[in-house]
Design a protein around this ligand. Structure first.
Ligand SMILES: C[S@@+](CC[C@H](N)C(=O)[O-])C[C@H]1O[C@@H](n2cnc3c(N)ncnc32)[C@H](O)[C@@H]1O
Length: 247
């Protein structure tokens, strides 16, 4: 999950202050020897180029990728091999054919389940290690899934393409309108993640990555809400939603 987005904003800040440096002209470059002057010009040029690059994502994504790749480098499935219970519970309401997408799919527990329902599923995640395990799980269950290793902060979702989109335990708020646009009319979305009340079990969990009260419901107020639940199971507090794009 984008727990490290705090780190990303720090890099953004760092970059911002670096990009200001080329405009800072009070330095005594005119009194430096010629070779030091050209060195300085080169540094200023490179800083200028760095400021033009979309560096914050490019700089931070490898940190997320490395962190999740490390977590997934174990034979165990850290999130288990079975789908989240909510997905199983609402599966009767989902279409059984068509294109489906699992965003931040991890080791593929939900993607593989959707494939067993008959959906043609693409699992996207930043971690190649996670996706390798997702493929292995699909083989084990006798189905196939497509995987794409990508950073969802920059990845573009095609419009009106999917019948089902699933995203669990990954909260990137600017992805919500993109997910809604990527659904076909009548398409369904399943989301689940922790709410602010989860703090009582995990006080250090970054606040930004917890759902505010009714936040899921508000995001999908232009969809038909087919199922919604708020759960406190004694270890975690989370909200789940199944919502349908108007046809
Ligand atoms: C808590 S895990 C949830 C995995 C899966 N959805 C599940 O419920 O089993 C969060 C996932 O988000 C992925 N992730 C984190 N940052 C990402 C990014 N910028 N782009 C794509 N995936 C990302 C991680 O690799 C990890 O697999």
């Amino acid at each position: 999950m984008g727990l490290y987005r705090g780190v990303k904003s720090m890099s953004k800040l760092k970059l911002l202050s670096m990009s200001r440096f080329p405009h800072h002209r009070s330095g005594p470059s005119h009194i430096l020897p010629r070779n030091r002057q050209s060195g300085l010009v080169l540094i200023i040029f490179l800083l200028g180029v760095a400021a033009l690059l979309p560096a914050p994502v490019a700089e931070a994504a490898p940190q997320d990728k490395a962190r999740w790749d490390r977590k997934y480098q174990t034979e165990d499935y850290i999130f288990g091999k079975d789908p989240i219970p909510f997905l199983k519970e609402v599966s009767d309401l989902l279409p059984k054919r068509g294109q489906a997408l699992d965003l931040a799919a991890g080791e593929g527990r939900n993607a593989v389940f959707l494939a067993t329902l008959g959906l043609d599923i693409t699992a996207i995640d930043i971690s190649e290690e996670g996706l390798k395990k997702a493929k292995a799980l699909a083989r084990e269950r006798g189905v196939s899934i497509k995987t794409i290793a990508a950073d969802l902060e920059s990845y573009r979702l095609p419009a009106k393409t999917y019948d089902v989109i699933v995203c669990t335990y990954y909260l990137q708020r600017d992805l919500i309108p993109k997910m809604k646009a990527a659904l076909k009319p009548g398409g369904m979305i399943v989301m689940e993640t922790y709410t602010q009340d989860h703090h009582k079990y995990r006080p250090r969990f970054p606040q930004d990555y917890l759902l505010k009260p009714n936040e899921l419901l508000k995001w999908f107020d232009d969809f038909v809400i087919l199922r919604y639940q708020l759960v406190d199971d004694g270890q975690a507090v989370y909200a789940s939603i199944l919502a349908q794009k108007p046809g």
